[in-house]
Design a protein around this ligand. Sequence first.
Ligand code: THG
Length: 372
Amino acid sequence: MTQQIGIGPNTRKSVYFDATIAAGVASFSVYNHMLIPAHFGDPQAEYDSLMTGVAMWDVAAQRQVEISGPDARALIQYLTTRDLSKTRIGQGRYVPICDHAGTLINDPVLLMLEENRYWLSIADSDIGLWASAIAAERGLDVRVHEPDVSPLAIQGPKAETLVAELFGDWVKGLKYFGFKQTDLQGIPLILSRSGWSKQGGFELYLQDGSRGSELWAIVKAAGAAYGIRPGAPNDLERIESGLVSYGADGRIQTNPCNPFEISLGKLVDLDRPDDFVGKAALQKIKAEGIKRRRVGYVIAGAAIESFQHSLPVQTSDGQIVGLLSEAVYSPRFVGNIGVGMIASEIDEGATDLSVMLDQAPRKVTIQPLPFE
Ligand code: THG
């Protein structure tokens, strides 16, 4: 039997919900308390369009936390592990956020809109609540709120040509995570070179929630010439390319990890002169030595059809030394691949590792990320 999750009035809808229903969305997931399309019924074709053509994704569930006001910059700096002193208006940054114990609680994209106005484009946890609480407790003069902003991603090797056709050739000059306030046929949006894939592309941060279907239709119509398909953040591609998924690879409630373990250590500036949430804990964690690392896994045996929850990775004597957080069959690598954690003392060549999948042991080997 196939289980279903009911979609009722208490589940938050994206502003592209009607458009994705019309486009034939077959499965949803929930992210930031909002429905996000998971696929449109043909995962292989959706992967192919991302790898060789162009795909459009409703990623409105990547909600924005806007922080504005005289102390906005101070709050942003205090919340994130990175030194942002060189960040300028119009630039984006990938900014880990930790709690006071140094546990990763989100990995947003930061957009610097003005000297004292920022968006955190968040992964799946309630950073709006966290940011307002920290601001209030520290007596910072800021406003924290969720603006009417809903990203639509256009990803794949043909994304740039399509987006240049829609907006003009200036888009080709945008650097990675660079963005600009603009509009599309009068629809206000911020255009940014970003997106959760390694195939290149853009995100349109729609600033008028009443125009989701209209924006979707414009992109779809212009993309038709390039074979655009509706899709969703693609698990196969992200595992192949090693992108971090806060939620799948780590989550404070289920698999708490620090940024060093999840491969975001280079985004932690412990030498910053100023304090930030988690700094002391992260200094201690680093001094004591990092206990595990994020790796790729190859899983032997028949093609994995569905992977519902993480699995412990064990040695031949039954010792648990790692975690397989997500796995999928990859036609490109002709085998099952996954990502997860492994204890630091286990080296890449280990030959006695396995996971139990559907009551049967499967041999696993470690691979560096990205898969190549
Ligand atoms: N775009 C926007 N918001 C988002 C995401 C996004 N919010 C949720 C989630 N994705 C946040 N997580 C990530 C994870 C990885 C990247 C972006 C957001 C990413 N990483 C590149 C990499 O790892 O190679 C570049 C990192 C870097 O510059 O250091 O792009 O996708 N709007």
